[in-house]
Design a protein around this ligand. Structure first.
Ligand code: PEP
Length: 257
């Protein structure tokens, strides 16, 4: 296990309306907000329409849980119907924003240039990007996972300074493991997370590489989190399906107990 403080982030995807969001955060607060539980940073990433409700709850009850969004526009304002800007997310006190999730890349044709523009949009609005990279099944079968993920990392970090890079979070999410029940082995996760960290040292320096938290994501459950977290270059998890089940997400967050 690494010395960086673990981050467990729940990507709710397009699930839960604002009332259901309040109910889930209340349950998580009850299960995770005890003052002794400070070993792990816990974040929820609800749909945009839930964020104001989650903010009110978190602020009002001074909860330790932080929150963020699942995407943002590359622009700060303007005639971009349907988009939500980093300025708006910052105003809601979001901490994180997911950038380059494979579902955005796949269903919304987001390429490395757009992901890079979104990383910059997040950074200029003081949001921490959770930058997702990951290979599809064919690439994995051909053994190209490292080249693929390093290419996505290079593309996403163009013109990002060392100072900015230190604050970002990277999530290795093999596409073949997302929502499929097919989890990468801890060794698979370590192989790519280790290579991503080594690339950060090449792109910047060892200090940046050792500051950045690298998460694993892909069918994480309470039954497999401990093995994944035991890897030296894995600093947490981006959890999809299991994050909207309060009991299961709590167990994942309490993986070390
Ligand atoms: C995700 O959506 O980022 C994810 C990892 O999903 P799941 O945990 O459901 O595979």
């Amino acid at each position: 296990m690494s010395t960086r403080k673990p981050l467990i982030a729940g990507n709710w995807k397009m699930n839960l309306n604002h009332l259901e969001a309040i109910a889930l955060v209340q349950k998580l607060a009850f299960a995770l907000n005890d003052k002794d539980f400070d070993k792990v940073d816990v974040a929820v990433l609800p749909p945009f329409v839930d964020l104001r409700s989650v903010q009110t709850l978190v602020d009002g009850d001074r909860l330790r849980i932080v929150y963020g969004a699942q995407d943002l526009s590359q622009y700060d304002a303007g005639a971009y119907t349907g988009e939500v800007s980093g300025v708006m997310l910052a105003k809601l006190d979001c901490t994180y924003v997911v950038v380059g999730h494979s579902e955005r890349r796949q269903y919304h044709n987001e390429d490395d240039d757009l992901v890079n523009a979104k990383v910059h949009a997040a950074l200029r609005n003081s949001l921490t990007p959770i930058l997702c990279v990951g290979e599809g099944l064919l690439v994995r079968q051909e053994g190209g996972q490292i080249t693929h993920c390093l290419g996505q990392l290079d593309g996403a970090l163009r013109k990002v300074t060392a100072e900015q890079a230190k604050s970002i979070v990277v999530a290795y999410e093999p596409v073949w493991a997302i929502g499929t029940g097919e989890v990468a082995t801890p060794e698979d996760a370590q192989e790519v997370c280790g290579a991503l960290r080594a690339r950060l040292a090449e792109l910047y320096d060892p200090e940046v590489a050792s500051s950045v938290r690298i998460l694993y994501g892909g069918s994480v459950k309470s039954g497999n989190i401990a093995g994944i977290m035991a890897q030296p270059d894995v600093d947490g998890a981006l959890v999809g399906g299991a994050s909207i089940d309060a009991g299961e997400f709590t167990k994942i967050c309490r993986f070390s107990e």
